[in-house]
Design a protein around this ligand. Structure first.
Ligand code: SAH
Length: 468
């Protein structure tokens, strides 16, 4: 492109000054920004420009000229091909620092909020952003694997899609998955190959086995295996079941989901139990949850407890409060809070999640929770009309953040405290600006690392009403 300080195909020396929300190094060449995959802040690198836009471009890493002290050799042998993790080349300590900094940068740039210790915090009253709460052992933390299956040299393979494509690469272990998940996938490959099962092909739409989904209860040790197939019958199903049970005694449930559509959505609508129970169980803290083939459950149970523990601390419950949990999912936070609250109201847009939430309340014998399906921005005003006056509102919205109507309702209701659990620092910053303008103060933020080695950042925020 004419007029830009760099040209496609040319090599330049770049100073890497930061890390993008996708995990690429943010490089500078003559004041121009180039995103360099694999480069780290503090490094100097020879890069080749691959793609240009008006304001920025993308470049490949040719050679590192100065190496960051935070650089480590990734433990995973397929790290470069897979794309599931983005930060394994950065030490875990540094990952936690980077994640905190991303939260800080978003609060300052998007939220225009003063952060303690950052430029702009003149009166020293800025928001305290704590160090990211990380894991003692940041490996093998995921309780759910969804593995696409294919064929190679007449046998079944299962693994992951090569970055940016739908070509399946066989995988023996994934270091962020619970060991049980690797083991189940290995056995299913072996048994399926022995029984002559064909894998589904996205191109032709033929073949049977599409995905194997494995779930494991960390606390209970229970394992569920779901075979997702293109077609309603599994030939020699009895032999499958016997093979899986024999090899894997921890398996408590074997399910079959049927998905005959040509789509990359994993699950179809129909799920049958092939053997064992319909659900497995796990705990977050003292609260027990039933996990079915289709139900959503937080994928890092260890850090979920840390995250919700923070949310509970910020909710500062004394036992009698009325609490609303907007975006409640299967009621994980609601039930966690109900242990210390007077009455909890949970709302969630997905009907099945609400039905799971009700079952989970029953499972724990909790009677001080009420769940309703619908958009939070509609249901909360309805509850208000019915006389519900929350002392605390907890929000845990999807990446797009809170609906403006929900924020407006919060500002009308004026609860003492709001606890914001966020999986997107940019929409968090945007929403906090609205709450601050509406008469709320942000006391502190704790980032929590729910997904080590990936770029995802979660944060819990303590927000309180400022009475004038
Ligand atoms: N706290 C939950 C998960 C929250 S994820 C847990 O830990 O299990 C965000 C949830 O918000 C999702 O379940 C999504 O279905 C729901 N959601 C999205 N838009 C919504 C809306 N407008 N109103 C209520 N819930 C919504």
């Amino acid at each position: 492109m004419a007029g830009l300080p760099v040209q496609i195909g040319q090599q330049y020396e770049a100073e890497i000054i930061g890390i993008s929300h996708d995990g690429e190094g943010v490089g500078r060449v003559n004041g121009f920004t180039l995103f360099v995959a694999g480069a780290l802040p503090g490094e100097r690198a020879l890069v080749r420009v691959e793609h240009l836009k008006k304001q920025y471009g993308y470049a490949g890493l040719v050679e590192l000229l100065a190496v960051s002290p935070d650089r480590v050799v990734p433990d995973c042998v397929i790290y470069d091909e897979c794309g599931g993790c983005q930060l394994q080349h950065l030490s875990y300590e540094a990952q936690l620092r980077v994640k905190r900094q991303q939260v800080v940068d978003n609060l300052v740039r998007i939220g225009k909020l003063a952060v303690a210790g950052e430029p702009g915090d003149n009166q020293g009253q800025g928001i305290i952003v704590h160090p990211t709460l990380g894991m003692g052992d940041p490996w093998r933390y995921r309780n759910k694997a969804q593995v696409p299956f294919g064929e190679e040299r007449g046998g079944l393979i299962g693994g992951f899609y090569a970055q940016g494509s739908h070509r399946i690469i066989d995988m023996e272990e994934c270091l962020i998955q619970h060991e049980a998940n690797d083991e189940v996938v290995a056995r299913v490959k072996e048994i399926g190959s022995r029984l002559g099962i064909r894998a589904y092909s996205e191109e032709t739409g033929s073949g049977l086995l599409r995905h194997v989904v494995v779930k494991v209860g960390f606390r209970t040790g229970e394992v569920m295996v779901v075979l997702v197939t293109n077609g309603s019958e599994i030939p020699r199903a009895d032999e499958w079941i016997a093979g899986i049970r024999e090899a894997l005694p921890a398996v408590k449930s074997i399910c079959h989901n049927i998905n005959v559509r040509q789509t990359n959505v994993i699950f179809g609508d129909e799920t049958r139990v092939l053997w064992g129970s319909e659900v497995i169980y796990d705990y977050i803290g003292e609260v027990k949850f039933a996990i079915s083939a289709r139900s959503f459950f937080q994928v890092n149970p260890v850090q979920t407890e840390v995250l919700y523990g923070k949310a509970l601390e910020y909710a500062a419950l004394t036992g009698g409060e009325t609490v609303v949990d907007a975006y409640c999912g299967i009621g994980t936070i609601s039930l966690f809070l109900a242990q210390r609250a007077g009455q909890v109201y949970g709302v969630e847009i997905v009907e099945e999640a609400i039905s799971d939430a009700r079952k989970n309340a029953e499972l724990n014998g909790m009677t001080n929770v009420h769940f309703e399906a619908g958009p939070a921005e509609v249901v909360l005003p309805e509850w208000t009309r019915q006389g519900v006056r929350p002392d605390v509102i907890v929000v845990d919205p999807p990446r797009k953040g809170c609906d403006p109507a929900l924020l407006a309702t919060i500002l009308e209701l004026r609860p003492q405290r709001v606890v914001y659990v966020s999986c997107s620092a940019s929409t968090l910053a945007r929403d906090l600006r609205v709450l601050v303008d509406g008469g709320y103060g942000v006391a502190e933020v704790t980032p929590v690392d729910m997904f080590p080695h990936t770029v995802h950042v979660e944060a819990v925020v303590s927000i309180h009403r400022v009475d004038k």
